[in-house]
Design a protein around this ligand. Structure first.
Ligand code: ADP
Ligand code: MG
Length: 336
């Protein structure tokens, strides 16, 4: 049979797992048994804390196969989970992947999905050690669980921020969300700056190396930015019992976003505050420690966007002309 057109129902579950099994180990020293037995067997580093995170992606809720390739979807499904480990200050080691797939899907689709997953796992030295494969009567569902490790003194909780510290973000914000608006608009190829924004939505690069580096250099709390900066700083403020002041004109915005945002009747700052899925990091750090961090090359742009204040002040947005207003967590919420 021709692999290009073969359907999953013709190949079967076990032959599919045999295909998936290739090239899944990138950090051999930490795994005894990967795919192929009843359970994976792993070797945790003595003295480290174990990190576990999971995310489920549902077709038509989290992704659309008319705008994302299987490969990009695989890359992103793993990436968003690696981002959560990085935001704890940790290093990802292993992933477990469960998929519910319509049986009429071509085998090539799943192979390509796994090629995207394997690419990002190779990039960051992560093993694929197991999963489950079932058929779905409706759309595609992908569940990824990542296991990681962190040294106890580097663990980054949301509750570690104190008044007087700086609020710092990596990269630029809002690009992914504007990229999504371009995808929904269709024919985005016609627009000059669209491709970099769309790529940031379809294949965000998690700050896997930067998370633990920043933690080592003294950050006091950290989140990855999955639901927008406004939402993430509110979470840190709440968990840490502090206030936060964000300066809108300090939010790092790409030239591409600034050129494109007006097309959608929004400002680039609005994208930067409320747009989700950038998978950059936001963290707090003392001004002295930030001076140290700023001297180190961590392969990420770092921008101070505000400061931690007393809880009584709440979470505020300050505009360039000095106007202050409450900054609400207006991110994406599944049940609203
Ligand atoms: P069991 O019936 O014992 O649960 P399975 O037949 O479901 O075993 O799986 C066989 C092996 O393949 C296991 O190691 C499992 O973790 C792995 N596996 C199954 N599906 C996937 C998948 N989609 N991705 C990665 N590994 C998988
Ligand atoms: Mg099973």
């Amino acid at each position: 049979m021709d692999g290009g057109t073969m359907k999953l129902e013709q190949l079967g579950e076990f032959a599919l797992i045999d295909l998936i099994k290739q090239d899944t180990i990138n950090k051999a020293e930490s795994v005894v048994i990967g795919i192929g037995d009843d359970a994976a067997v792993l070797k945790p580093t003595p003295g480290s804390l174990q990190l576990v995170t999971t995310d489920m992606l549902v077709e038509k809720v989290h992704f659309d196969l008319s705008t994302s390739s299987a490969w990009q979807l695989g890359y992103k499904a793993i990436g968003v989970n690696l981002s959560d480990i990085a935001a704890m200050g940790g290093v990802p080691n292993h992933v477990v992947i469960s998929i519910a797939v319509p049986k009429h899907l071509p085998v090539d689709f799943v192979v390509s999905l796994y090629d995207g997953m394997k690419e990002i796992c190779r990039e960051f030295g992560v093993n694929i050690v197991g999963g489950d494969t079932v058929s779905s009567p409706h759309g595609l569902v992908i569940n990824v669980t990542v296991l990681g490790e962190v040294e106890p003194d580097k663990l980054q909780r949301r509750s570690g921020a104190s008044a007087g510290e700086l609020i710092v973000v990596t990269g630029t914000l809002g690009d992914s969300s504007c990229g999504l608006d371009l995808l929904m608009l269709g024919e985005w190829q016609n627009y000059k700056f669209a491709s970099s924004l769309v790529t940031k939505h379809l294949m965000p690069r998690p700050q896997v190396l930067q998370g633990p580096q920043i933690a080592t250099l003294g950050s006091t709390s950290m989140n990855d930015i999955s639901d927008g900066l406004a939402s993430e700083v509110n979470e840190i403020a709440h968990a840490s019992s502090v206030g936060m002041r964000i300066y809108s004109h300090q939010i790092p915005l790409s030239p591409e976003l600034q050129a494109t945002a007006p097309m959608f009747g929004k400002t680039a700052v609005e994208y930067g505050l409320y747009g989700g899925e950038d998978y950059q990091l936001v963290f707090t750090i003392t001004p002295d420690q930030f001076k140290v961090l700023a001297q180190v090359d961590i392969a990420a742009r770092l921008t101070v966007v505000g400061e931690v204040t007393d809880q009584s002040l709440g979470v505020q947005l300050v505009t360039e002309d000095g106007c202050t207003s409450p900054l609400e967590a207006k991110g994406y919420n599944h049940f609203r």
